[in-house]
Design a protein around this ligand. Structure first.
Ligand SMILES: [Zn+2]
Ligand SMILES: [Zn+2]
Length: 351
């Protein structure tokens, strides 16, 4: 076996250490809660059963969403975004950056791509040899381009992006609730052990420790969960929160924001019955996104809607031309001075 291959295998195995750690903590918390608390400590049968039912409901939801976050393969750009063979060969042979850009611009002409690099160039991945769709980024850990990439998460050993962002949010939500259930139900026994109202048994160590660990995890997870809920409300990925996406009009942090209700639906879908379950319900295919400000001709804006299956015919979506009443984006003052028309895509889901 070549040394580089062995090194790669070792690295891959090491990447699972944080996941293994979480699994071990959850397995121990299960033992501590079910055996040490419910079986050995709680004297009342009704209390024991109600705690066990509540605990298992949240544990099941937590494990289900965690599992889906880990095992959902990140989605990568379709072949439509790959350079055709002839263009690719031309691109690779070419030394001059401006000619390379011309090749990319020509290839991107029929693609629903609105974001550019900070220098205004078409975004291209040299590793995957694809034109990057909007919100897509190359992950060096996964060694692939990931659609609507949010971040690479070591705790799930997977990229969080279009294919599993909803699962990731639910994983954080159920992990928070799992910790809340433990803290709220354990606290009275924690106090009893602490104040020596209960005898020193082997359950004491587990229950004291269980409360501390659950409280500690609660604090760290709830802050991450709140941050991601804020991002969902803004329709912004973690990457976009740190570096605003560049449009033809300049950088715009709120470029993909369509209003709170619509932003939430972009992750969770339109049907409320799917919101609390880790089943895929995000709209679109991850290759194109409706933007708040599309500084291009309506025909191109239409192509995004078409890709997303949101074309005008269903009457849900409409394009309207506005000028001065456009809510201006943070850090984007160019949109007014450019002289061109600003096309705002508004989506109205109200009946
Ligand atoms: Zn790539
Ligand atoms: Zn990754």
């Amino acid at each position: 076996m070549a040394p580089s291959h062995t090194l790669k295998c070792c690295k891959r195995a090491l990447n699972w250490v944080p996941v293994l750690f979480i699994n071990m903590v959850v397995a121990w918390s299960y033992y501590a809660y079910v055996v040490e608390l419910c079986v050995y400590t709680i004297p009342n049968n009704a209390e024991r059963i109600s705690y066990l039912v509540l605990f298992h409901i949240f544990l099941a939801m937590f494990i289900w969403s965690y599992w889906k976050t880990i095992w959902s393969k990140p989605s990568s750009p379709s072949v439509a975004f790959a350079l055709p063979r002839a263009e690719r060969e031309l691109y690779e042979k070419e030394q001059r950056a401006e000619v390379q850009q011309e090749i990319l611009k020509k290839a991107a002409r029929n693609l629903p791509v609105y974001t550019r690099t900070a220098g205004g160039a078409v975004r291209y991945c040299d590793f995957c040899q694809v034109i990057k769709p909007d919100r897509c980024h190359h992950c060096s850990t996964c060694e692939m381009c990931v659609l609507k990439m949010d971040h690479h998460c070591p705790w799930v050993n997977n990229c969080v992006g279009f294919s599993n962002y909803k699962f990731f949010i639910l994983f954080l939500a159920y992990a928070t609730l799992y910790c809340v259930v433990i803290c709220v139900t354990v606290v009275q026994y924690f106090i009893k052990f602490w104040t020596k109202q209960l005898p020193d048994t082997h359950a004491k160590f587990h229950i004291l420790f269980l409360f501390f660990v659950a409280a500690l995890f609660f604090i760290s997870i709830v802050s991450l969960y709140s941050y991601h809920m804020w991002l969902v409300g803004k329709n912004r990925t973690t990457i976009e929160a740190f570096r605003a996406p560049f449009f033809a009009t300049g950088p715009d942090k709120n470029g993909f924001s369509l209003g709170f209700k619509r932003n939430v639906a972009e992750v969770f879908g339109e049907q409320a019955k799917y919101w609390i379950f880790p089943v895929f319900s995000s709209p679109g295919d991850g290759h194109s996104f409706v933007t708040r400000l599309v500084h291009i001709d309506p025909e191109q804006a239409n192509s995004v809607l078409q890709q997303n299956g949101k074309i005008l015919m269903d009457g849900e979506t409409n394009l309207c031309m506005v000028a001065d009443d456009v809510p201006h984006a943070e850090g984007n003052s160019k949109e007014k001075t450019d002289g061109g028309q600003i096309v705002v895509v508004t989506v109205n889901s109200e009946p």
